[in-house]
Design a protein around this ligand. Structure first.
Ligand code: 5GP
Ligand code: ZN
Length: 119
């Protein structure tokens, strides 16, 4: 069923506590944890607890949870104190855009200058 945990999904395993992660925030619907390979001094992933393969499919099926992800991204930036200098929220979607984990997630990056456009 849509949204149910998927066997073999790394982020479903993190939600279940079967794979350890450094969790920085958690709500009923969302978990935020540090990226294992940070690309900035602050690099946190915000994921829905429900499994959807990407942000668009999450938003189509569960718009309230998609909004929770966006709100939590902002709360992460406040907590990490990157909101003052600026931070970036990224949803890589599709392997051509660098998506490697097919469970929707927002990257929240900050703590350094972030050039635009990105590489
Ligand atoms: P994507 O490339 O799909 O947009 O982002 C996936 C992110 O998950 C990558 O930035 C990668 O470093 C991170 N990642 C992969 N495996 C793990 C893990 O086991 N733990 C954590 N915390 N992050 C992971
Ligand atoms: Zn999953």
């Amino acid at each position: 069923m849509a949204g149910e945990p998927q066997a073999g999904c790394l982020f479903c395993k993190i939600v279940a506590g079967d794979v350890p992660a450094t969790v920085v925030r958690q709500t009923d619907t969302v978990v935020a944890f540090r990226d294992i390979n940070p690309q900035a001094p602050s690099h946190v992933l915000v994921i829905p607890k429900a499994h959807y393969p990407d942000a668009a499919s999450l938003a189509a099926a569960e718009p309230t949870i998609a909004a929770d992800v966006l709100r939590e991204a902002g709360e992460v930036a406040k907590q990490e104190e990157t909101d003052g200098t600026g931070y970036r929220v990224v949803f890589n979607t599709g392997s051509g855009a660098g998506q490697t984990v097919f469970h929707a997630h927002a990257h929240v990056l900050g703590g350094r200058g972030l050039e635009w456009p990105p590489g």
